[in-house]
Design a protein around this ligand. Structure first.
Ligand code: NOJ
Ligand code: CA
Length: 684
């Protein structure tokens, strides 16, 4: 895929610098199309405020900027504007993998240098970038005498929305993003993780997040009493309560606001990626987007175990079966959880051994067998949150991957962070995740992080950061009721705007009644486990493979379920690295239909929430002239979410750009389509 992507590159920079006289207390910049505007003003105390508007309508009203610092004076007022620089940037950059082969990065920039008028005369820079599809701004602490380091006690950035918009969010939590989504009026949102997404009272779509979170605390927001619809940044703290401990110079992450007229335009926006720096890796030949299967769902069902025992999952023999399956069905990777010693300490000490396989797992034999069949092994480093132990073993663990020619690892932090007092999203952990990412680059290992820090577009800079969890994924269907039919129709407009997600769709046995006894034994304290199941039809599971974007996409059911199942052909044929993405129809939490192109082939996925729905899928995105063979996997007349969710039908038709495919989606149903040019060799 990597080679055939087109590459266009245009850069235009022009600087206008204004040295400001005393008395200048405002500056502003508009997006290239002139519709979005960022303004910064200083009030009479010299405190900075910013606002964002679209075509004259205020999106974020005058919102505070600044910091409370520990051990020194705050940086929040007494400023004058020392200088203002404007510039323009326009480039089109090529992705290594993604939903598009390239993105246009086009913005107008405003760099405002603030200086304290009295006292220490410290300098703080606010840099804003205005794109046609949103805004980003960050603070910069430049090198300056008398300010070698800072302890940030509080970031004061506000987000003052103006009306009681509808909002999709999870409640703020410094330790987990695996929380159910809420849909409420903004007036009922007391806190949120980012991204959170709004539909304004005027029908516009906004999503607030952050980009380039590199050496800082993760940001959530909490409501302020000061005014309705007003939120303030709430950073995950160190154990001593300080939020950020940095040497000067440093830059904060970008605070971002995506703005669009349609929900689909949020998905196709490149804003978060554009606010990150270009690919830093010279050699990317080892980075391969892939579909994968693995020893995983069986563990969550109690059918097999992570630990050694009579039903241990990761045995040499079982892995070979998975490798055979993958090789036969066009899957590139195989994951094995529970391959390494230490799982018996799960929940107690959480001390895992990252290099020693269980006795019934012959790593060398497995690796050699996989190599013979051109299959990638995805190793697994579960830490249980014990970062102290992981860091002690990190170097050795990655050397071991290199020794075994393993180029992918899934990491996990399922448990309270050790050292004690830390939380998953604080600066200490942001640094840890970054350390692992940098080490992984050195050892040419692709990463899939669970219980991660949220994505903020770092995969542009480090394209081996393939995917991560960071929201409730499929596993929650194993042991909770939390995943409603809406959940997977909210994720693409919230969590996945931030970056790829390892949701792990593709369950075909949706009620898994045959394992009920094993599930009961495995989850004794979770109530009536047998009422917990995947609340979709099978065709929706296929659609999720497309609409929940991940360049490492797992087909998560057991291979024994897939073997001989005709619907698996869709997954077999699917690509996960796309040249282009088109949103056909969308409403947040209700439905989503999209088409993705790799080379000449297209893949369509459409899914609905708990309501049955008819959708007219217009093929007008197809090239003219051009005829395509469409293979359609869809809910059948007899499909029924409660009683017959696994029923589906397959039909083949020929289509061109004038065609409309009528999709009849059952409750929590879906449709998945492959489109191959008539006469192409992929038709066989
Ligand atoms: C939680 C992860 O999300 C899941 O995928 C994994 O199987 C378990 N932790 C065990 O590592
Ligand atoms: Ca998890």
């Amino acid at each position: 895929m990597i080679n055939c992507k087109s590459f266009v590159y245009v850069i235009l920079i022009c600087f206008v610098v204004f040295g400001c006289k005393p008395g200048v207390h405002e500056a502003g910049i508009s997006s290239p199309d002139g519709t979005l505007r960022f303004e910064l003003t200083l009030d009479e105390t010299g405190a900075p405020f910013y606002s964002v508007s679209k075509s004259g309508d205020t999106l974020l009203a005058s919102s505070a900027l600044g910091f409370e610092l520990k051990g020194t004076n705050d940086l929040k007022d007494g400023f004058v504007i020392r200088s203002v620089e404007e510039s323009t940037f326009d480039e089109t950059w090529e992705t290594i993998w993604g939903q598009f082969s390239s993105y246009r990065n086009h913005y107008n920039q405003l760099k405002i240098t603030l200086r304290e008028d009295q006292g220490e005369g410290r300098i703080l820079i606010v840099r804003a970038r205005m794109f046609d599809d949103g805004a980003g701004f960050r603070y910069e602490f430049p090198d300056q005498p008398g300010l070698d380091s800072v302890l940030i006690a509080d970031e004061l950035t506000e987000f003052r929305f103006t009306k009681d918009h509808k909002v999709w969010y999870t409640k703020a939590d410094f330790d987990t993003y695996e929380l159910p989504y809420h849909v409420t009026p903004l007036s009922e949102m007391s806190s949120a993780n980012t991204p959170f997404t709004l539909k304004t009272t005027d029908g516009m779509y906004l999503s607030a997040h952050e980009a380039d979170l590199t050496d800082y605390a993760g940001m959530s927001v909490k409501a302020k009493e000061a005014g309705p619809f007003t939120y303030e940044a709430d950073l995950a703290p160190w154990p001593d309560g300080v939020k950020v401990k940095n040497k000067v110079p440093f830059k904060t992450p970008w605070r971002t606001l995506q703005v669009s007229d349609t929900p689909g335009d949020l998905i196709t926006s490149g804003l978060i990626l554009n606010l990150n720096t270009p690919n830093a890796l010279e050699d990317v030949s080892w980075i391969t987007p892939m579909k994968y299967v693995g020893i995983w769902w069986s563990l969550h069902q109690g059918v097999e175990t992570w630990t050694m025992g009579p039903t241990h999952g990761a045995t040499t023999e079982n892995m070979k079966k998975h490798i055979d399956f993958a090789a036969k069905h066009n899957m590139k990777g195989v994951l094995a959880e529970g391959w390494n010693k230490g799982w018996e300490n799960w929940g107690a000490e959480n001390v895992f051994d990252f290099t020693t396989p269980y006795e019934d797992y012959d790593l060398q034999e497995v690796v050699a067998y996989a190599a013979e069949k051109d299959i990638a092994i995805i190793s697994h480093h579960e830490t249980g949150g014990n970062v102290t132990s992981y860091e002690q073993n990190l170097q050795r663990a990655f050397e071991d991957l290199e020794k075994n020619s393993i180029h992918a690892v899934k990491t996990g932090y399922a448990g309270p962070i050790q050292p004690k007092g830390h939380v998953h999203h604080n600066q200490f952990m942001v640094r840890h995740y970054r350390k692992v990412l940098e080490l992984a680059a050195k050892y040419k290992v692709m990463l899939n992080a669970h219980e991660p820090i949220k994505p903020t577009g770092i995969e542009r800079t480090f394209p081996h950061m393939m995917t991560r969890e960071g929201a409730q994924g499929m596993e929650w269907n194993g042991w909770s009721h939390d995943i409603t039919p809406d959940h997977t129709l909210i994720l693409p407009f919230t969590r996945i705007l931030a970056g790829p997600m390892d949701y792990t769709p593709g369950i075909f046995d949706l009620k898994y009644e045959s394992y009920d006894d094993k599930r009961r034994k495995w989850h004794p304290s979770r109530g009536d486990i047998t009422t917990m199941r995947v609340k979709t039809t099978l065709a929706k599971q296929l659609a999720l493979m497309i609409i929940l974007y991940s360049p490492m996409q797992m087909a998560s059911d057991m291979i024994s379920i897939y073997e001989g199942h005709p619907a698996f052909k869709f997954i077999e044929d699917l690509e996960v690295d796309y040249d282009h993405t088109v949103i056909l129809d969308a409403e947040i939490g209700d439905y989503l239909a999209m088409a993705r192109r790799t080379g000449q082939n297209w893949y369509i996925g459409a899914a609905t929430d708990g309501s049955a729905r008819e959708m007219d899928l217009k093929m007008d995105f197809l090239p003219v002239p051009g005829r395509f063979k469409a293979t359609i996997y869809e809910d059948a007349p007899e499909t029924d979410l409660e009683n017959n969710p696994g029923a589906y039908q397959v039909r083949e038709i020929e289509v061109d750009a004038s065609s409309v495919i009528k999709a009849q989606l059952k409750e929590s149903g879906g449709i998945a389509i492959t489109l191959v040019p008539v006469g192409s060799k992929d038709m066989e």
